[in-house]
Design a protein around this ligand. Sequence first.
Ligand code: ATP
Ligand code: ZN
Ligand code: MG
Length: 297
Amino acid sequence: MRDTSQPRIDTIINALLAPAGAPGVYARTELFERAIEGLMQMITRNREPAAEVFTFPPVMSRGLLETAGYLKSFPHLLGCVSCLRGDEGSIRKAVEKEDWVEGLGATDLVLTPAACYPIYPLVAARGAVANDGQTFDVSSYCFRRETTHEAGRLQSFRMRENVCVGTPQAALSFRDRWIARAETIAKQLGLRYQIAPASDPFFGRVGKMMALSQVEQALKFEMLIPVRSEEEPTACMSFNYHQNHFSEIWNLRTKDGNLAHTTCVAFGLERLALALFATHGLDVPRWPSAARQILAM
Ligand code: ATP
Ligand code: ZN
Ligand code: MG
């Protein structure tokens, strides 16, 4: 049952986000950003002490994402940066045409689809990591060419991820620690949640099989929180064990010489903020005091 004491999600989105001319693309209001800021500070307080921090830009090397295998798994979600090329004359000619878009050519950049993609090649380039694992706290604006645009499914959104590269045991226990931490956070924020097995939105028919096997092997879990409705809660966080998938690609090794295993724990910042407003309403002074204190709101 929906908590009828709180406004519907459409009302909440109208109050907090302004449409910016394309579906799933919004301008954020000050109040919404205060919640995001509070969430970011809270994640910072929860990260492991040795975590190394990187903030990535919203674009990344196309070559690195190709090597990561993104085009095999998620070609339907990818956005590539295209530009007009050539000398002044040919650029002028292109923009004067009615269909100037025809003159565009792909560049060496793509829009970052998840915050953790750039970290694996960066770590691999430094050599082997300690057996007990090395941890990272990374963030990026992300782009996904989503095909539906229900509340909380944006094309452009921020992702914060905590990543572990280490032995299989180190990577798995990192994920378990973070699931426990995430549950504590959700409780403190007064959010109703469930942790459920999940799969990635892999492309095509082969992708459906990959998704099944991902669930079977319990590689991905999501924290689901009611945002649009109780019946269809929204994935606000994900806990992903990649086994040696990225390590094989990047030759990521632990000091013992073995291929490393990797885990990433992703926070969808806009979705978490929407979950807070959907649960507690738009009137922040009436939020539970524990949530307000944690978020400094
Ligand atoms: P979904 O299940 O909604 O399709 P996903 O499983 O593809 O999402 P992940 O790849 O695990 O999502 O991304 C990590 C987190 O980023 C998600 O748990 C979610 O909070 C957030 N996220 C993913 N896609 C979007 C989006 N289109 N808009 C807003 N947040 C998103
Ligand atoms: Zn990740
Ligand atoms: Mg999902």
